[in-house]
Structure formats: structure tokens, C-alpha cells
Design a protein around this ligand. Structure first.
Ligand code: HEM
Length: 416
């Protein structure tokens, strides 16, 4: 009876957020980590606008600690003259100093914001360490998160460098960074963002994150309820992985400026599969440099991600299954279906309208929304982790066995 009540408590309340410091000693740490994730999201957005305004190659040198921007007319002239030494200038000879200040401003802002995020991570980390507000076992994660952030700066410069040579791309012969490096830069940013979100969610659910507590709760659930949660958890990870691959393919579209070709949907021009899809050789160059192929791949992956999210939600939220899930898992299912459908629709509108800056920037942010909802869903279902389920089931069956033995020993008629 008591265990039935506990089961219904888990299914009706789930594993709620613990945001008050009075309930959860690590709540402030969790808020800080999620705040940092929000800043990384801001970085991704500013990076997207920097690319869309074609500002990314305006700063031709890099120092890890950064530098002040030009302060007076003379310094601006010098910076502009330096820019003119690189091939991108050849294609922009009508640019004025004031145009240059605009593109420099975006790139400078993007780089400086990266350093601000680093400081906003490192200083509170020290503070929370001294105040013993980093839970046991989490210091390694913090080191990993800082390393990911630091590497991101290096990858950014590696990307910019690929655009400073005379490497012309596509039939417009434009100077651009290598699409594969742009993809590495965006996907690494997303991975860092994802790791921050996951850690923040862990910390803001802290007492429920303790394995023993979770095991006790899991042991109250029926076998069927656990089975469903386990299957859904696996699928939520598949969806998050698929979203990640779709994001990478989107970055290849952006890097090749492939969104401004084949602006029709669902067909690409007059064809379902464009004939030039394997034009480059060796064949694998098509996957990263062929405008038709990268756009085709992104269409297929985008539609598959949206379809997977909707199917997952339809199955998980069907009346017979929804009752066996926690409220957070149900919310997660609604979120993935809504975000992925909106994102795919926005992608189509962006394509049909020849990639205006506002829609393209929104489409980039939308991809982070889809990824975040997938992570939220997977996190809400963490109680169905195989290791936890195995231990809980083993504990349950040994408890049943021992209570059966007790009953049997009580019922046994003593021999005289
Ligand atoms: C869940 C599905 C989708 C996700 C997660 C996604 C994600 C992305 C990402 C991350 C980018 C790169 C943005 C940037 O770096 O600026 C991108 C670009 C793009 N996507 Fe999608 N996308 C999805 C679906 C679609 C669909 C269905 C279409 C239309 C057929 C589409 C059309 C485009 C276009 C045209 C671009 C290039 C925009 C630019 O040059 O800035 N997307 N997508």
C-alpha cells in the first residue's frame, strides 16, 4: 500500500526543480551554471549575426587575452589598412571606413563576449568552491567545461584563419572560411552549451539526483512504467543526437551559403534529388562542399528530426502511456514536438524567402531550442537509467523474496 502511494507520488509530482537554497544547498550553483549556458546561447547568436553580416574576417589577428578596439581615427585607419592586406578586401573595394567599423564591431563583440563568458564562469567557480557549493564529484566536470570554453576560442581562430588566405568558394568565387571549420565551431559551441545545461539541471534537482534516492523512488514504480520510461529515455537520446547532426548539417548549409540556392520546397528546382549531387570528386567532398548535396542533406535531416520528435510525443503522450510518465517527462515531450515542428517550418520559410538575416538568425536560435528540449526530456527521464533500473529491480525482487520467505516461515506448521 505504502509503496503504491510512493509510486503515485513519483508519477504525479515527478522530480521537481529544487531552486530554493533552503531545500537545495547547490541551487545557487545550478542557477549560475544555467546563467552561463544562457551567455553561451548569446554567444551563438552574436556569432550567427557576425556570419550573416559577413563580419567574421574583419579582425585579422588574435591574442588569447584580447585587446582594446581602435580608439581614435588614426588607429581605425591602421586597422582598416591591415584588413585591406587580405584577399576579402579585393571583393569589397567599395567599403568605407564606417562600413568597416560596423563589421569590426560585430567580430570584436563576438570575441570579447567569449572572454566575458570565460570570466563569468571562472570567478564564480572559485567562489562556489571556497563556499563548498560544488557537490562531490562535480569538480572534474567544471574543469571539463572550462576546457571546452577555452578550446572554443582556439577553434574560432582556426576557422577565421581559413578565410584569410586566397581560398575562393562556390561559383561566386567568394572568400569564405572553410565550411567544415565553421561546422566544428558551431557544433563545439552547442556541445559546451549542452554540457552546461545538463550540469545546471543536475544541480537544480540536486537532492533527487542522489543515486540512492533515485533508486528508492524507482523501486516504487511498476515494471511496465519503468519499461516505458526506459524505452522513451533511449529514444530521447536518439532525438538529441539526431538534432546535433542536423545542426552540423545546417552549419554546412550556412558555411557554403547553400541557403541561397534551390529556393523551392519540397522539390529542389525541378528535381526531388538534384542531379549535381555527386559532381565533386573525391565523392566525400560533396558532403561538405557541394551546395546541392549539403542543402539536400539538411532538408532530409531537418524533416527527419521534426518527424521523429512528433512521433515520439504522439507515442509517449497517448492516453495509455502518458499516465506512466512523470509530469516533467510529459512537458519534455510537448516541448520537443513543438520546437522541432516550428524549427522545420521556419527553415522552409527561411529558404523560400532567400535567407533574410532576421529569419536566418531566428532559425539558428531555434536549433538550440530543439536541442534544449531534447536534453530536458532526457534529463526528466534520468530515473530510467539502465544502471538505476537494474539495481532498483534487484532490490525489489530481493525484498519480495525475503517477504515471501517471512510469510512462508510464519505459515510453516512446526513439526512436533
Ligand atoms: C529540426 C530541424 C532543423 C534544425 C535543428 C536546423 C538547424 C539549422 C542550423 C543550426 C543552421 C545553421 C545556422 C547558422 O549557422 O547560421 C541551419 C541553417 C539553415 N537551415 Fe535549418 N534546421 C532544421 C530544419 C530545416 C529545414 C526543414 C529547412 C528547409 C528545408 C532548413 C533550412 C535552412 C537554411 C536555408 C539554412 C541556411 C541559413 C543561413 O545561411 O544562415 N532547416 N539550420
Amino acid at each position: 500500500m505504502a509503496s503504491k502511494q510512493a509510486a503515485s507520488a513519483l508519477l504525479s509530482k515527478g522530480l521537481p526543480w529544487m531552486t530554493q537554497a533552503s531545500q537545495n544547498h547547490y541551487a545557487p550553483t545550478g542557477k549560475w551554471i544555467l546563467g552561463t549556458a544562457g551567455m553561451v546561447l548569446g554567444m551563438i547568436h552574436v556569432g550567427g549575426v557576425t556570419r550573416l553580416t559577413q563580419s567574421g574576417l574583419s579582425m585579422t589577428s588574435w591574442s588569447p587575452l584580447g585587446s582594446l578596439p581602435p580608439m581614435n581615427q588614426e588607429e581605425w585607419e591602421t586597422e582598416f589598412a591591415r584588413y585591406k592586406e587580405y584577399p576579402e578586401w579585393q571583393q569589397r573595394q567599395s567599403m568605407t571606413l564606417s562600413d568597416f567599423k560596423f563589421i569590426f564591431g560585430w567580430e570584436y563583440g563576438h570575441r570579447m563576449l567569449g572572454r566575458v563568458v570565460g570570466v563569468c564562469f571562472a570567478l564564480p567557480w572559485m567562489y562556489f568552491t571556497v563556499r563548498r557549493k560544488i557537490p562531490p564529484g562535480y569538480q572534474k566536470r567544471m574543469v571539463g567545461l572550462l576546457a571546452m570554453g577555452g578550446t572554443q576560442g582556439l577553434v574560432g581562430w582556426w576557422m577565421v584563419k581559413s578565410g584569410l588566405g586566397d581560398d575562393r568558394r562556390s561559383d561566386r568565387n567568394e572568400i569564405r572560411v572553410r565550411p567544415i571549420r565553421l561546422t566544428a565551431h558551431l557544433t563545439m559551441a552547442l556541445a559546451t552549451y549542452g554540457a552546461l545545461v545538463w550540469t545546471g539541471l543536475d544541480l537544480l534537482h540536486y537532492p533527487h539526483n542522489n543515486n540512492t534516492k533515485l533508486q528508492d523512488m524507482v523501486a516504487t514504480l511498476s515494471k511496465e512504467s519503468l519499461r516505458q520510461a526506459r524505452v522513451l529515455r533511449t529514444k530521447s537520446w536518439v532525438l538529441s543526437g539526431l538534432t546535433f547532426v542536423t545542426v552540423a548539417s545546417g552549419a554546412l548549409v550556412a558555411g557554403n551559403d547553400a541557403g541561397r540556392a534551390y529556393n523551392t520546397y519540397p522539390k529542389m528546382g525541378d528535381e526531388w534529388i538534384p542531379s549535381e549531387i555527386m559532381d565533386l570528386s573525391p565523392w566525400h567532398r560533396n558532403l561538405i562542399e557541394n551546395t546541392a548535396t549539403v542543402q539536400f542533406n539538411h532538408r532530409i535531416l531537418g524533416a527527419t528530426t521534426a518527424l521523429t520528435a512528433v512521433t515520439l510525443a504522439a507515442i509517449g503522450l497517448s492516453p495509455s502511456r502518458a499516465a506512466a510518465l512523470t509530469p516533467q517527462a510529459r512537458k519534455g515531450l510537448y516541448a520537443v514536438a513543438t520546437a522541432a515542428t516550428a524549427q522545420a517550418s521556419l527553415g522552409i520559410v527561411t529558404l523560400l524567402t532567400y535567407v533574410p538575416l532576421s529569419l536566418a538568425a531566428l532559425h539558428q536560435l531555434g536549433s538550440v531550442a530543439v536541442f534544449t528540449s531534447g536534453l530536458y526530456l532526457a534529463h526528466a527521464l534520468r530515473y530510467a537509467r539502465p544502471a538505476l533500473v537494474r539495481t532498483a529491480t534487484a532490490t525489489k525482487s530481493s525484498a519480495v523474496k525475503s517477504s515471501a520467505e517471512t510469510v512462508a516461515s510464519r505459515m510453516a506448521v512446526p513439526k512436533r
